[in-house]
Design a protein around this ligand. Structure first.
Ligand code: NAP
Length: 302
């Protein structure tokens, strides 16, 4: 019987482990792939307070070692279901069944992909899913942003501050994002809207050098010379394992506030899988701390 089982060993889950262990609790982390989460794909982190520059891999490695040195147990098994039986929680994987007093769901979210050829191959070589993380590497260069929601609009605005030119490629005539953001984009003379267009190819030998877009009305294709494309076509939370048990919003995000509670007593949530407006490394680790301390508080009250 563990005090806390954490599902997902990304920054939120590992931070929750550190806080839980330092509060004297036994902690098991269950991770379906490798530890570190999405941040391991970021070449350099330059916006984490207190650390001027670090690679995503090194950050994840440090956090993992910190949790392990404190006594975290980590098992690489995918969680398939969770059940509650009075105050006891049962966490199932394909191989085992684990018992605990509290669960922290830190399963994260994945960036939706465009789903075109070479997208995976060129990720980190011009293809990025995070303008805040990687934008600075394209200072003075021409880049593209794909998407029409708030993230894409904000990314385009952010990048226009230090990129030479930003193409904003959207598959419709109208943006889904807020009008005030669209208005701010129209004020910028280095942003070009490429509307009614779908990205059809990512070109370049070792790194991205251009993208091909197809106009949906005319079916004509054109090539835009860019050294980076920021794909901002939405996110998909990894909350499927608790879909029938925990309340989620229409996008599948686990409904939760700042205190990281879910609607299920003794089950908490942290990081990108929960409802929140800013999904950043700093907010994920802070969620991890809050969720673990709230889980400790819950155990004291039981
Ligand atoms: P989103 O609102 O779901 O927008 C995704 C965009 O990507 C849509 O314009 C969609 O086009 C497009 N898209 C989806 N799949 C595509 C594909 N395969 N190829 C090309 N385009 C594709 O996602 P988001 O912008 O990441 O925002 C997620 C949520 O966070 C939203 O609720 C948003 O309002 C919120 N958010 C808020 C702020 C803020 O400051 N308030 C900032 C960022 C995000 P269609 O329009 O054609 O469907």
């Amino acid at each position: 019987m563990y005090d806390i089982i954490i599902v997902g060993a990304g920054p939120a889950g590992l931070s929750a482990a550190v806080y839980g262990l330092r509060a004297g609790k036994s902690v098991l982390l269950l991770e379906k792939e490798s530890y570190g989460g999405q941040i391991i794909n970021t070449p350099e982190i330059e916006n984490y307070p207190g650390i001027k520059k670090i690679s995503g891999y090194e950050f994840a490695e440090n956090l993992y070692q910190q949790a392990v040195d404190l006594g975290a147990e980590i098992v690489f098994e995918a969680v398939t279901a969770i059940e509650t039986e009075e105050d006891i929680k049962k966490v199932f994987t394909a191989q085992n069944e684990y018992l605990c007093k509290t669960v922290i769901l830190a399963t994260g979210a994945t960036h939706r992909k465009l789903g075109i050829e070479r997208e995976e191959e060129l990720a980190g070589k011009g293809v990025s899913y995070c303008a805040t993380c990687d934008g600075m590497f394209f200072k003075g260069k021409d880049v593209a942003v794909a998407g029409g929601g708030n993230t894409a609009l904000q990314d385009a605005l952010f990048l226009s501050n230090y990129c030479r030119k930003v193409y904003l490629i959207h598959r419709r005539e109208e943006f889904r994002g807020e009008k005030r953001l669209e208005a701010a984009l129209r004020e910028k003379d280095n942003i070009e809207f490429v509307l009614n267009c779908q990205v059809t190819a990512l070109n370049g030998e070792k790194t991205l050098t251009s993208v091909t877009v197809r106009d949906k009305n005319t079916e004509k294709e054109k090539e835009l010379s860019v050294s980076g494309i920021f794909i901002a076509v939405g996110q998909e939370p990894q909350s499927q394992i608790v879909q029938n048990m925990i309340d989620t919003d229409e996008g599948g995000y686990i409904i939760s506030g700042e205190e990281c509670y879910t609607n299920c007593s003794g089950i908490f949530t942290a990081g990108d899988c929960r409802t929140k407006s800013i999904r950043q490394l700093a907010t994920a680790v802070s969620d991890g701390a809050v969720a673990a301390l709230k889980a400790c508080e819950y155990m004291e009250m039981c």
